[in-house]
Design a protein around this ligand. Structure first.
Ligand SMILES: Nc1ncnc2c1ncn2[C@@H]1O[C@H](COP(=O)(O)OP(=O)(O)O)[C@@H](O)[C@H]1O
Ligand SMILES: [Mg+2]
Length: 451
């Protein structure tokens, strides 16, 4: 049978991968040692044309199904891994057929949830991880996607200014509908709470979560946060015509939650005395889009919020409120944002996205100022962070940079040898840094005056 690669964005290097071997037998030389979560199938990361891809060996119909679902979810603008292609017709030199493979692009700077717990940042980390998962689930439900296997293991997490942004990684069981019934949503919610409960208990059993901590609290949190967000995004509100300010208020509340209302359904009753509103189309990424419009920077929602706060503070402190916001944003970018990014030596740049670095520097400034009992200069804080904190961060995702992940590779191999594919999942090497823990508890540090 002929080898066939159907790829959304073909790369000639993909052809040269050893498709005639089962994934499990692939040489370490073609693999990129990055952390991955627990999985049923064999999954490996490889590099081709300077990109890192995830390869999952699975049955042909499942590979196609997942490929098409991921494509549709991407078209809807939902946060998922990006599908690249399906490889079929794999035959071993001895003539045996090998299962097809689904190719997705490795999600940069993402981590499986277990890797997030290799540092002692709990239980607030749990809260943030669970909150991110709920936002993802609600966004998927709003678009009519029933996941069928929503869990922490089937999600990837990216840092986003002290919070996390969750991405769907495993769509195998999903179904895309026009809309979901209440029953379908309840079923998914039931599945996620059961899965997350088990996963958190596992973490606890493995000593990665405090023993006193109660996993059931998180189950309640998932349910509560889900209901709150679903109601905020889709709920009907009714009020008298004298209270039409409530329309503005509803929009403001959703903006604050990071959503834009693309269409609002407004109905007045027959005698015109009351109004009913319901957001008909909502879109996530309110701050992200605003920042992109002003600066061209494309970052996570919480990061965008943080950068916009800093831009606002900069505008106020330089008395630039009357100026064209685009011009002020450009000035801020060239005088503040870019210089901080450039402080990082090239060898460390892959460690952290520029927007996350900026957030970390703001936190670090807050921490230094607290310690010093006075406001420490912004650029001095940035220099200190880049020289003394960033190089010691061992929890960061090196993004396929093999040079800097030697330690991680060893950890992954040790884990694979010990537990196999269905084991505890690959872990990042842990080397908790005290100053980081401190910084993590100071997430409100955006209140310092501008630099
Ligand atoms: N595109 C990707 N980027 C980053 N990690 C990925 C990607 N695809 C898979 N992984 C990792 O591999 C793990 C297993 O993938 P998944 O699709 O859940 O496999 P399975 O269907 O066998 O459960 C995920 O938890 C994740 O850690
Ligand atoms: Mg999975």
């Amino acid at each position: 049978m002929a080898l066939r690669i159907l790829a959304a964005r073909p790369s000639k290097d993909l052809l040269s991968l050893p498709w005639q071997q089962p994934l499990e037998d692939w040489d370490a030389a073609v693999q990129v040692p990055l952390a991955r979560g627990i999985s049923r199938h064999v999954v490996r990361f490889v590099r081709a044309d300077k990109q890192v891809y995830a390869v999952k060996e699975t049955r042909e119909e499942w590979a196609w199904r997942e490929y098409h679902l991921l494509r549709n979810l991407q078209r809807l603008g939902l946060p998922t891994v990006e599908p690249v292609g399906v490889v079929t017709g794999r035959t071993h030199p001895d003539g045996a057929e090998i299962e097809p493979a689904l190719l997705t692009r490795h999600l940069q700077h993402s981590l499986p949830y277990r890797a997030l717990f290799s540092q002692q940042l709990q239980p607030d980390t749990v809260r943030r991880v669970v909150d991110a998962l709920v936002v993802l689930l609600v966004r998927l439900h709003v678009e009519g996607f029933w996941w069928g296997d929503c869990s922490l293991s089937n999600t990837l997490f990216r840092r986003s200014a002290g919070e996390f942004a969750a991405y769907l990684v495993d769509a195998e069981t999903g179904e895309l509908h026009d809309t979901l019934s209440d029953g379908q949503r309840a079923h998914d919610l039931d599945l996620v709470t059961t899965n997350a409960f088990g996963e958190l208990c596992d973490l606890q059993a493995g000593g990665l979560l405090d023993e006193d901590w109660e996993p059931f609290e998180m189950v309640e949190r998932i349910q509560r946060r889900y209901d709150e967000l679903w109601t905020a995004l889709t709920g009907v509100e009714e009020f008298g015509t004298a209270d039409t300010w409530r329309i503005e208020q509803r929009i403001a509340v959703l903006n604050e939650l990071g959503f834009d209302i693309e269409e609002l359904d407004i109905v007045t009753d027959w005698d015109g005395s009351s109004v009913r509103i319901r957001p008909a189309v909502v879109e996530a990424g309110h701050h992200r889009r605003r920042l992109q419009g002003l600066t061209g920077l494309d970052v996570e929602e919480q990061q965008a919020r943080r950068l916009l706060n800093d831009l606002d503070a900069y505008t106020a402190s330089h008395d630039l409120q009357g100026e064209d916001p685009m011009i002020v944003a450009h000035q801020w970018q060239t005088e503040v944002y870019e210089p901080v990014r450039r402080m990082v030596p090239a060898a460390l740049r892959e460690r952290m996205e520029a927007a996350e670095l900026f957030h970390e520097v703001l936190e670090h400034r807050w921490y230094l100022s607290e310690k010093a009992g006075r406001e420490v200069d912004f650029f001095d804080s940035a220099r200190d962070y880049v020289d003394n904190v960033l190089p010691r961060r061992s929890d960061l995702v090196p993004d396929g940079n093999v040079r800097s992940v030697a330690a991680l590779a060893t950890a992954i191999e040790a884990e694979a040898a010990g537990a196999g594919e269905h084991g505890v999942g690959a872990m990042m090497e842990s080397d908790a840094d005290d100053s980081e823990d401190d910084a993590d508890e100071t997430s409100d540090s955006g209140d310092l005056g501008w630099h």
